[in-house]
Design a protein around this ligand. Structure first.
Ligand code: PRX
Length: 645
């Protein structure tokens, strides 16, 4: 079946290879039933896998939609990622880092602990206390992991802002978190060019009063402005600090971190994750889904600025004592085989990446991976967006040599851990399906009213039982938390925002977001954020932004823009507008097309009908448009969209 590349994949099924099953961390199919019979007992058993300073008094409390896990338990996340492994094998490699320019840095668990403890002590000296939120604005260099773990060590929740975000986006997040210390760097490389990170940070900080201290990593040595009294060099404050720092004893329900993510309004949501449940959830999913073993070289290509990096570069793998491979740069720099070159040189055994990357590799051709020895790989993973069967099969054949199981993992910033995924030593996989809910997790496909959909019928993805690493609230906005996730059906049923269906065998097929959130190259962006950025440009009166499906990126952004009276649209203005989004959010949010419009499809009450706009952008049938203020708009915009192609 290995060479079958047809897209008639419904009947394709790949059983886990026998030798994989034999050695897998989990290979007992009964695990699902056992977990279902007694979910609390199941999670309690998994909680025993991590180290607690004090065990919990009760496993779970559910006052829907509020969940508490391992109540009364005391632990520290950095202790579990570092000290626990130093006790076992201090000289084992924790991080193998490769810079875009080819530099390599390695940290053993002992070294990582010492660096973390140094920074933790330095943070304390700078006045950071338990409960203070520290903002981290760093690219993929080892200091980002050290910073996260140092914060966890002293009980200061971190809020990591993806390095490619603009200074303005950084500022919005700092203000929402009321963070007064940030950690950034002078600059970093992206496709061989210097990104002046400190300069971006300075731009954001100029309108962000709360920040008192900025710790700056000297990464490239490019010139930067230093604001005396505020900016301090990382190496200066770490120079004479003690490499020992007692971990703060954290309550299971103390906040571990905040992670901002996009929703349906312009304002990003600060997703709150706490310590005990998150550590248990990420530890066990990493161990079972990625089958982490002592001799693995595990590579997750995500960025620590997103949830995937938090859960499956940092907390999950490190708490399992894994050797984590980390790469700073772009997949096509200097050539299109950079990933395969890295796999070969570092002998990576597990690769976890995004469908958008896989589709780019497919487009670049089979010769690039074929030039390299990928025989060390034994397991492949996918995350961030639906993987189409064609990409799944290419990944399986060309990268996994038809040998490696693929785990297509569905989850979200809010879920903290993978929720739907194969267990590689148990589950027979089907290309395009994330298969089944993880043991102990309960997912369903429901209709608008909350009734379960029959197999084959499209519905909405719901999680119908609480899980340890679930979002606890939205920072400072409890109402939005309830409204967004727990109001579609009953208070105890989580609304994921994704469309899904189940096949006859109970396999989940997840089609992606059904709300005003889009996944571009696996990056989550709210259309409202882009719209409000566009209307902040002096030439723009109104904007409607939708996703258009794209062969490589999953989705790309189409922006329909009404200009202010007297302003005429031309190519130069289009460029200015895309540049404006670039500068105000980040390059990943840049619209693929800007289409000037005289009017947008609106209801009689003046609301943009996104369903219609989306159909127009995608060249699809717009359905019933009789409720529009002006149904003629549809044809005009259809033509303009065609012209813009
Ligand atoms: O639409 C789903 C998509 O990514 C969304 C969550 O985005 P974010 O919070 O940024 O986290 C991404 C990484 C965990 C989901 O609502 N998504 C993620 N994984 C998959 C997926 N869609 C289909 N299949 C997946 N495996």
């Amino acid at each position: 079946m290995g060479e079958n590349t047809s897209l008639q994949t419904e009947d394709l099924k790949f059983d886990p290879p026998d030798d994989f099953v034999k050695n897998a961390n989990i290979n007992d199919p009964e695990i699902y039933r056992k977990a279902d019979d007694d979910p609390e007992g199941f999670w309690e058993e998994q909680a025993e896998e991590i180290e607690w300073f004090k065990k919990w008094d009760r496993v779970h409390e559910w006052d829907a939609p509020h969940s508490k896990w391992f109540i009364g338990g005391k632990l520290n996340a950095s202790y579990n990622c570092l000290d626990v492994n130093v006790k076992k094998n201090p000289d084992k490699l924790a991080i193998i880092w490769e810079g875009e320019n080819g530099d390599i840095r390695k940290y053993t668990y002992r070294e990582l602990l010492e660096e973390t403890a140094r920074l933790a002590n330095a943070l304390k000296e700078q006045g950071v206390k338990k409960g203070d939120i520290v903002t981290i604005y760093l690219p993929m260099i080892p200091e980002i992991i050290i910073s996260m773990l140092a914060c966890a060590r002293i009980g200061a929740p971190h809020s990591v802002v993806f390095a490619a975000f603009s200074g303005g986006s950084l500022c919005t997040r700092i203000e929402d978190a009321k963070s007064d210390l940030i950690i950034t760097c002078d600059g970093y490389y992206r496709r061989g060019k210097i990104v002046e990170q400190k300069k971006k940070a300075d731009t954001g900080l100029s309108s962000c009063e709360s920040v008192k201290k900025v710790i700056v990593v000297k990464n490239l040595g490019n010139e930067i402005d230093i604001e005396s009294g505020r900016d301090i060099w990382w190496h200066d404050i770490l120079k004479d600090t003690d490499p020992v720092c007692e971990p703060e004893v954290m309550d299971s329900e103390d906040m571990l971190f905040l992670m901002y993510t996009s929703g349906t309004t312009g304002k990003p949501k600060g997703i709150v994750h706490t310590t005990g449940g998150y550590m248990v959830g990420t530890h066990i999913t990493a161990k079972w889904i990625f089958d982490l073993k002592d001799d693995d070289i595990y590579w997750c290509t995500a960025d620590c600025g997103w949830i995937t990096g938090h859960s499956y570069i940092v907390y999950g793998p490190l708490s399992n004592g894994t050797t984590v491979l980390m790469y700073e740069g772009a997949p096509d720099y200097p050539e299109k085989d950079r990933f395969w070159d890295i796999v070969e040189r570092h002998k990576a055994t597990i690769l976890y990446t995004a469908p958008t990357a896989i589709r780019s590799f497919m487009k670049w051709g089979d010769d690039w991976p074929a030039k390299h020895d990928l025989s060390t790989l034994r397991l492949l993973g996918s995350v961030g967006e639906p993987i189409n069967p064609g990409a799944w099969i290419w990944y399986h054949e060309k990268i996994g040599n038809s040998r490696c199981p693929i785990v297509d993992t569905w989850w979200q910033t809010e879920t903290g851990m993978v929720m739907i995924s194969p267990l590689p030593g148990v589950t027979s996989t089907k290309p395009g399906s994330a298969t089944f809910a993880f043991p102990g997790v309960k997912a369903a496909v429901l209709d608008e009213k909350g009734k379960e959909m029959p197999p084959g019928k499209d519905g909405l993805l719901a999680i119908t039982r609480p899980w340890p690493s679930m979002v606890r609230t939205i920072h400072g906005d409890e109402e939005r938390f309830i409204e967004t996730y727990w109001s579609k059906w009953d208070r105890d049923t989580y609304f994921a925002g994704d469309g899904a269906k189940m096949d006859e065998d109970g396999y989940f097929l997840i089609s992606g977001r059904i709300d005003d959130v889009i996944q571009v190259s696996g990056h989550r962006i709210g259309t409202a954020e882009i719209e409000s950025t566009l209307v902040s440009h002096p030439s723009v009166a109104e904007a409607g932004v939708v996703g258009r499906s794209d062969e490589i990126k999953g989705e790309v952004i189409y922006a329909y823009v009404i200009l202010k009276t007297g302003i005429s649209g031309n190519d130069e203005l289009k460029k200015k507008l895309t540049g404006h989004v670039d500068a105000n959010i980040g390059p990943f949010a840049r619209p693929r097309r800007v289409i000037f419009a005289d009017e947008l499809p609106k209801t009689r009450s003046g609301k943009i009908m996104r369903r219609v706009l989306k159909a127009i952008a995608n060249g699809k049938d717009t359905g019933d448009v009789t409720t529009l203020q002006d149904p003629d708009v549809v044809d005009v915009l259809k033509n303009r969209t065609k012209e813009a192609e």
